[in-house]
Design a protein around this ligand. Sequence first.
Ligand SMILES: Cc1cc2nc3c(=O)[nH]c(=O)nc-3n(C[C@H](O)[C@H](O)[C@H](O)COP(=O)(O)OP(=O)(O)OC[C@H]3O[C@@H](n4cnc5c(N)ncnc54)[C@H](O)[C@@H]3O)c2cc1C
Length: 296
Amino acid sequence: MNVAVAPQFSVRRAEPLSRHTSWHVGGPAEVFFSPASRAELAAFLRALPAGVPVQFIGLGSNLLVRDGGIPGVVISMHGTLDELRRLSDTTVQAGAGVACARIARSCIKWGLGPAEFFAGIPGTLGGALAMNAGAFGGETWRHVLAVETIDRSGATHERGVADYRIGYREVVPLHPGEWFVSARLSFEQRPGAHEGEVKLLLARRKASQPIGEWSCGSVFVNPPGDHAARLIESAGLKGYRIGGASVSAKHANFIINHGEARATDIERLIEHVRATVEQLHGVTLRTEVRILGVPA
Ligand SMILES: Cc1cc2nc3c(=O)[nH]c(=O)nc-3n(C[C@H](O)[C@H](O)[C@H](O)COP(=O)(O)OP(=O)(O)OC[C@H]3O[C@@H](n4cnc5c(N)ncnc54)[C@H](O)[C@@H]3O)c2cc1C
């Protein structure tokens, strides 16, 4: 595909997505665009020829991009649409590009909570909305009052919680073909909230997860009533390696890129883990990680 882009938009062609994913793997985006503003995002979408596939990404902390990359256009929300402000005693307005950790820090500063769980999620609000990201009992959509979305024609829409089917790490829109631009979030007043609580949660994470290594967090969602990590560990898969990727020895639901992995190593490892767990435990694990793009 040769995507025609109007000259007023600054895009990168054949941008390696390994630079934009926390696994540091992935082939090129045919066209990579990071809008400078909402208006530019709308104009870009409006001008895009029909039929060109569009893929939004945030910080790439939940993505496995295949080695052949992503045909069409990848729109990155990292470092843009990142306005964050307090609207009222208990509500906050945040752009889809705001880093989750910033939401946690700002809410603490404003005496709002519980938002500490956002601190350990290394993604954008847009990604957290798409995934219903959560940790330590907190979940993104529990705080959503309304979201603003944008569609392929550049038109924006205000949507409520009832416009989505929300589940555990799953968000199904009733109006497909729209992406998140911002959200209005609600919290409780927590005058005593302080940074110490965030530090404690991050320390708990560090004790049990391979933080600092190249990963995508949990690869599989937990099946009802069980933990993916327990099933994987008891299948003897901790440390199991394919190419440059292995199942973490610290947390069995993490797959680590040791530096030289390709997406295909990681995908093969995911399939091996799934097949082994299915054979031994009779449970089919569903990936939390989103697998995108085409093989090399
Ligand atoms: C070390 C580590 C720890 C992690 N811990 C947790 C955890 O505790 N809890 C948890 O839930 N997750 C965790 N994750 C996974 C990940 O951080 C979350 O899923 C996060 O919400 C992804 O956000 P992102 O901006 O990186 O999205 P991306 O990975 O870039 O994208 C994820 C999905 O969101 C979609 N998306 C992104 N932006 C938009 C938008 N504006 N509009 C519509 N769709 C969009 C993408 O198309 C894709 O389908 C962890 C990851 C790592 C690396």
